[in-house]
Design a protein around this ligand. Structure first.
Ligand SMILES: Cc1ncc(COP(=O)(O)O)c(C=O)c1O
Length: 420
C-alpha cells in the first residue's frame, strides 16, 4: 500500500515533529514503539514536560493566596494558562474556563449544578455512543431527582439516528438537558452538535457537549458549536494528566450553584452560612491543578504552533490510510463510518473469533500499542452486539509506516489464531 508519505498535505513534517516527543524514541519488546492509543491518552512533547519541571523548580507556590513573589508568579502563570485555553477554544472571556481534574469531573460538575433543580417528569437526553463519563453522571442525576434519562440511538453506519429521534419526539417540551459527545471515542463519528443544540434550545433545554475527543483533533470554536457547557481533558491534547476543562457560557455559569465546597470558591464564610465566588472560582474548590494547567497552556501553544487545521488534515489522512488498510483484512468489521466524512481518528474493529485482549497482547509483542476492551462505552458495544473491540487511534505524530506496522502485526495475529 502506498500513500504519500509522512509529509502531510497539510504542510507539516511529521518526522520532524516526532522529534519533539521523547517517548517515541523508545522501544517496546525490542521493537520501535508504534503508539496507536492516542484516543486513550496522547504522548507529550518535551516543551510540556519541561514546563512542569520549570514550574516546580523555579516558581512553585499556591495560587491566589500566597502574598509573595513565588505566589505571584504561580498565579500569573496559572491565570495565563486560563487565558491561553480561552483563546484556543474561542471563549468570550477567560472566566468561561473552569479547570477541573479531567473531563469526567467537568461532566459530573455539570450534572450536579445544571441538574440541581430537575424534578420527576423532566427529561435528560444523551446518546448510546457516549463514554461512561457522559452517561453515569446523568443516570445518577436521574436517580437523585426522579428525572428520566433518554437517548439517541445509532444507525447501521454508526451515526446518530436523527430520523428515529425526530419520529419518537426525543427532544420535546419536557427536555431540560441534552448532552452528547462531539466525536465518538469508539466509532470516530463527528456528531452534528450545532443542529442538535439548536433543536434543544428551541424547547428551552440546555446543551452539554463532551468534546474530549474533539478539541484535541480539530479546531473547535465555542460560539460556533452552540453549546452551553463543554467538557474536555488535557491529557488527550498533548497536555499533562490531572487537568480538564469545563467551558461555560458566562451567563450560564453565573446562574449555576457551586459543585464542591472549600477554599477559594467562596466570597464570605460565616458559621451560619457562606456566599460564593463568581465563576470560574466558584467551581474550583481547593488548590487547583496548578502545574498541570500551566503545562496544558504550553500544550495549546504547541498545538497552535503546528496549527489545528493542519492537525485535523493529518488526522483525516492517517485515518483514511488506516481505514483502507483495515479493509484489506478478511473478516474484520470496522465499527463506525468507513469513510473520512464527519469522522475523527478513533478506529475500532471486531475480528469475530479473536478476542480484543488477545489481539492487543499479540500487537504489543510487536511493539504496537492499541486498546482492547469496551473503551468505557459498554452500552455502545451492547448496541453493536459485541462485548468489546480493538481500537487504533493516531494523532498528529502518527506515520503511515506505523499504520503499516499495525496491519502487518494484525496479519501475524490472525495467522497465529486462525492458522491461515
Ligand atoms: C469521549 C470521552 N469522554 C470522556 C472521557 C473521559 O476523560 P477523562 O478520563 O480524562 O476524564 C474520555 C476518555 O477516554 C473520552 O474519550
Amino acid at each position: 500500500m502506498t500513500l504519500a508519505a509522512d509529509k502531510t498535505s497539510a504542510g507539516y513534517d511529521v518526522a520532524a515533529l516526532r522529534a519533539d516527543f521523547p517517548i517515541l524514541r523508545r522501544e517496546v519488546n525490542g521493537k520501535p514503539i508504534v503508539y496507536l492509543d492516542s484516543a486513550n491518552t496522547s504522548q507529550k512533547p518535551q516543551v510540556v514536560i519541561d514546563a512542569l519541571t520549570e514550574h516546580y523548580t523555579h516558581h512553585n507556590a499556591n495560587v491566589a493566596r500566597a502574598m509573595h513573589l513565588l505566589g505571584a508568579e504561580a498565579t500569573e502563570a496559572f491565570e495565563g494558562a486560563r487565558q491561553k485555553l480561552a483563546t484556543f477554544v474561542g471563549a468570550a472571556r477567560p472566566e468561561e474556563i473552569v479547570f477541573t481534574k479531567n473531563a469526567s469531573e467537568a461532566l459530573n460538575l455539570t450534572a450536579h449544578t445544571l441538574g440541581a433543580d430537575l424534578k420527576p417528569g423532566d427529561e435528560i437526553v444523551t446518546t448510546v455512543m457516549e463514554h461512561h463519563s457522559n452517561i453515569v453522571p446523568w443516570q445518577m442525576l436521574a436517580e437523585r431527582t426522579g428525572a428520566t434519562l433518554r437517548w439517541f440511538d445509532i444507525t447501521e453506519d454508526g451515526r446518530l439516528d436523527l430520523a428515529a429521534a425526530e419520529r419518537d419526539g426525543l427532544i420535546n417540551e419536557k427536555t431540560r438537558i441534552v448532552t452528547l459527545t462531539l466525536v465518538s471515542n469508539v466509532l470516530g463519528t463527528i456528531n452534528p452538535v450545532r443542529q442538535i443544540a439548536d433543536q434543544a434550545h428551541a424547547v428551552g433545554a440546555k446543551v452539554v457537549v463532551d468534546a474530549s475527543q474533539g478539541v484535541p483533533q480539530m479546531p473547535v470554536d465555542m460560539a460556533a458549536l452552540g453549546a452551553d457547557l463543554v467538557a474536555f481533558t488535557g491529557h488527550k491534547m498533548v497536555g499533562p494528566t490531572g487537568v480538564g476543562v469545563l467551558w461555560g457560557n458566562y451567563d450560564v455559569l453565573a446562574a449555576l450553584p457551586p459543585f464542591l465546597g472549600g477554599g477559594e470558591m467562596i466570597e464570605i464564610v460565616r458559621m451560619t452560612g457562606s456566599t460564593y465566588a463568581k465563576p470560574p472560582h466558584r467551581f474550583e474548590a481547593g488548590t487547583p491543578p496548578i502545574a498541570q494547567a500551566i503545562g496544558l497552556g504550553v500544550a495549546v501553544d504547541y498545538l497552535t504552533g503546528v496549527g489545528m487545521e493542519a492537525i485535523a488534515q493529518h488526522e483525516r489522512e492517517i485515518t483514511a490510510y488506516l481505514l483502507q488498510g483495515l479493509q484489506t483484512i478478511d473478516g474484520l468489521r470496522i465499527l463506525g463510518p468507513t469513510e473520512v466524512v464527519d469522522r475523527g481518528g478513533a478506529v475500532s474493529f471486531d475480528l469475530g473469533d479473536i478476542h480484543p485482549h488477545d489481539v492487543s497482547q499479540m500487537l504489543d509483542a510487536k511493539g504496537v500499542a492499541v486498546r482492547g476492551g469496551h473503551h468505557c462505552a459498554r452500552p455502545l458495544h451492547e448496541r453493536l452486539g459485541i462485548q468489546s473491540s480493538t481500537r487504533a487511534s493516531g494523532y498528529l505524530y502518527t506515520t503511515t509506516g506505523e499504520v503499516d506496522a499495525l496491519i502487518d502485526a494484525l496479519g501475524y495475529t490472525i495467522k497465529f489464531f486462525r492458522g491461515k
